[in-house]
Design a protein around this ligand. Structure first.
Ligand SMILES: Nc1ncnc2c1ncn2[C@@H]1O[C@H](COP(=O)(O)OP(=O)(O)OP(=O)(O)O)[C@@H](O)[C@H]1O
Ligand SMILES: [Mg+2]
Length: 265
């Protein structure tokens, strides 16, 4: 059902948290995304797979608002965010992790979480923080501690991130996205560079997220084993177009998918 609320189009009465509607993107003369559409329900994990250069990261960036789509719409929890900047989409509940690590050297995992949570809750005074009086509240400390526990980061909580392993760094990124309590969590290859135990932690986290029924996630992943375990739906992007979408087992058995993605028929 559509309602018009102060000039915004708000769709209510649906459990769809993210709707991507016919997104097109060209770079130079090349069409990178050729009309991509999908939707993700509350509590659902959506797996996006496809060969190198298929356009997965470009699609992520259009959804997040990092690059503008040429046309198409992005609807976040019933609200059209297509023309909103990144920070506005983030404030409405979109969080992300990066294909390559984006952490602040000199800061520890605990500090990353405290800063993210404080900015998210907007309960800190920037001036007090700047002059070093922004001591974390009890609630902030408890939140950070439970995220550190959930992601297995307690032992390295106070170690500067630049001396951590890639696996730990990736878990810090995930914990930082998770502490924002996002409604839509976007993850670009979260298991790359992780060992089996660390990948297992991500799967556990995604299962928790599904169990909570509040959020949904979109995950780009090359580890097909992992993605088929956690995702309720899988879509295959090839040369900027979705060539298959549905339950993991059916999609991976599709002859076209096997030909372009797995190299087998
Ligand atoms: N800023 C840009 N300017 C021009 N071309 C770009 C830009 N970003 C990406 N491309 C091109 O768009 C295509 C899709 O790239 P993209 O990074 O989205 O693929 P991907 O599916 O994420 O690949 P991978 O699996 O390797 O991460 C590639 O051909 C890439 O060279
Ligand atoms: Mg990519």
């Amino acid at each position: 059902m559509e309602q018009h609320d102060r000039g915004r189009t708000v769709t209510s009465g649906t459990s769809t948290l993210l709707e991507v509607d016919s997104v097109y993107k060209r770079f130079g003369g090349l069409e990178i995304l050729g009309g991509v559409s999908f939707s993700v329900e509350r509590g659902e994990i959506f797996g996006l797979v496809g060969p190198n250069g298929a356009g997965k990261t470009t699609l992520f960036n259009c959804i997040l608002g990092i690059i503008p789509a040429d046309s198409g719409r992005i609807i976040l929890d019933g609200e059209d965010v297509s023309r909103m900047p990144v920070w506005k989409r983030a404030s409405l509940g979109m969080a992300r992790t990066f294909q390559r690590l984006e952490l602040f050297s000199g800061m520890t995992p605990r500090e990353h979480l405290l800063v993210a949570y404080r900015v998210h809750k907007r309960n800190g005074s920037i001036f007090r923080d700047l002059i070093g009086h922004g001591i974390p509240t009890r609630e902030e400390q408890e939140r950070a501690e439970s995220a550190l526990e959930l992601f297995g980061l307690v032992d390295v909580a106070d170690t500067p991130v630049e001396v951590l392993s890639l696996g730990h760094g990736r878990l810090v990124e995930l914990a930082r996205a998770f502490i924002l309590e996002p409604s839509v969590l976007m993850m670009d290859e979260p298991s790359s560079g992780l060992d089996a135990a660390e990948t297992g932690r991500i799967s556990d986290m995604l299962n928790n997220l599904r169990g909570s029924g509040r959020s949904c996630a979109v995950i780009v992943e090359h580890d097909l084993d992992m993605v088929t375990k956690v995702a309720s739906q899988i879509a295959v992007l090839n040369a900027g177009k979705m060539i298959a979408q549905g339950a993991a087992r059916e999609v991976l058995a599709d002859p076209e998918v096997r030909r372009v993605y797995l190299g087998t028929v």
